[in-house]
Design a protein around this ligand. Structure first.
Ligand SMILES: Cc1cc2nc3c(=O)[nH]c(=O)nc-3n(C[C@H](O)[C@H](O)[C@H](O)COP(=O)(O)OP(=O)(O)OC[C@H]3O[C@@H](n4cnc5c(N)ncnc54)[C@H](O)[C@@H]3O)c2cc1C
Length: 387
């Protein structure tokens, strides 16, 4: 039997359900989300969930500001629990990045972000346990922090369902059917055919593979980003803030149970391509040792912490480390992928933007920087690394 949907969103991660919710909120009636496993079982469920507001472009800064406003008021604006903890975020940079940091902060402030540039020694006032050596300046964002990517996904899914969106799990899209240069439907692994004029590729790490089903090539590399868990010793004191040491190449974010999540901030994920099916796999002690060495330089007190394990994560990375939010040359086949390690903190604004673009409304941010065709002849843009 052939079914019909006005829009099929493929992928039940935080991006897919945010798009589905925002489409329904705009009055699109018959939205169907297809997820091959369970909601948040992809990159979303492996995410560290850091929300910081330092971004290199006005559009991405505006997106994170809009998104943070949603996380902070999630029960009222969406429903459910975003698990948002506004512990504050410090971002340490080397001397060479000071100019770029000052420009970014001016942009942030113009959009209402509370942010302050501190001399490295001054950062001790906020968090005495970070090491100032090697830093040229430290940015303090008191309203930043971290959230729960699975909680946000379930919140959006619940809100979408209340607006009539159908969400089907354990359903894999195995074929995207075209009629000439238009999409006309999808076929699932069980052989079900769903006719639809609009398919949204929100499959994250699997987005290049899904796009190939429609003969569309996405300039996205899936790069490995392992996460490590350490347990702070009893003498550590209260939980630390989120700290991104861009100069030293490590980040830390507190977790419950005296745990800290840590990983690399060296922007080298594209040099470590990973099969998305390896998501969640084990990490080696060697790679843990290398990252924990940098973590210990950033926050020397964490050298006393006990190593508890880790997991293999991965980012879907575009050449400029910014998402693709656009219709492809196949009419009706849209892409919201290439989140490049930013997908959690941008997810509310990505959903809003995609829903506006698909319905022909004016998006909340200028969409040109996220076009699918922007890489033709383009060079790599300035980035503040992911997380
Ligand atoms: C280790 C790690 C740390 C991160 N840290 C941060 C951070 O600190 N801050 C931040 O903002 N972001 C962070 N990110 C990035 C962010 O979490 C991701 O960008 C975001 O969660 C991706 O969401 P998504 O919905 O695009 O993809 P996913 O969550 O991967 O969802 C895609 C879904 O599509 C499904 N799917 C795939 N193929 C098919 C198919 N053919 N048919 C049906 N379904 C299919 C998959 O099963 C999956 O559930 C991190 C990511 C990782 C992995």
């Amino acid at each position: 039997m052939t079914r019909h949907a006005d829009v099929v969103v493929v992928g039940g991660g935080v991006i897919g359900v945010s798009i589905a919710f925002h489409l329904a909120a705009r009055g699109v009636r018959d939205v169907l989300v297809l997820e091959r496993r369970v909601l948040a079982s992809g990159g979303t469920g492996r995410s560290v969930g850091i929300v910081r507001q330092l971004y290199p472009t006005p559009e991405t800064t505006a997106m994170v500001v809009r998104s943070l406003a949603v996380f902070r008021d999630f029960p009222a604006r969406v429903g459910g629990d975003a698990g948002y903890v506004a512990c504050g975020c410090l971002i340490g940079v080397g001397g060479a990045m000071r100019g770029a940091l000052d420009r970014a902060v001016a942009r942030q402030r113009a959009l209402g972000v509370r942010a302050e540039v501190l001399a490295p020694a001054e950062a001790a006032r906020i968090e005495p346990r970070i090491a100032p050596a090697g830093l040229g300046a430290v940015l303090w964002e008191p309203d930043s922090g971290y959230g729960d990517p699975t909680g946000v996904t379930l919140g959006y899914a619940g809100a979408a369902r209340r607006l009539g969106v159908r969400i089907e799990q354990d359903v894999e899209v195995t074929e995207i059917r075209r009629g000439g240069d238009r999409v006309v439907g999808v076929t699932t692994g069980a052989g079900a055919r769903i006719d639809t004029p609009i398919v949204v590729n929100a499959t994250g790490l699997w987005s290049p593979a899904l796009a190939r089903l429609a003969d569309v090539a996405l300039p996205i590399v899936v790069g490995r980003h392992p996460v490590f868990v350490v347990e702070r010793d009893a003498g550590f004191g209260p939980p630390h803030v989120v700290y991104l040491d861009l100069a030293g190449g490590a980040y830390v974010r507190p977790e419950t149970g005296d745990l800290t999540l840590t990983g690399s901030l060296t922007d080298d994920e594209t040099r470590h391509p990973m099969d998305p099916e390896a998501l969640g796999g084990d990490v080696s002690l060697d790679e843990a040792g290398e990252v924990l060495e940098r973590t210990g330089r950033a926050v020397p007190r964490l050298r006393e912490a006990r190593y508890r394990g880790g997991w293999s994560g991965a980012f879907d990375i575009t050449p400029d480390w910014m998402p693709i939010l656009d219709e492809t040359p196949v009419r009706g086949f849209w892409v919201a992928a290439g989140m490049s390690g930013h997908g959690f903190k941008l997810s509310p604004a990505v959903g809003e933007t995609m829903a506006a673009l698909i319905t022909g409304a004016t998006p909340p941010v200028e969409p040109a920087p996220f076009r699918h065709d922007r890489f033709r002849g383009a060079s790599r843009a300035t980035t503040f690394v992911a997380s």
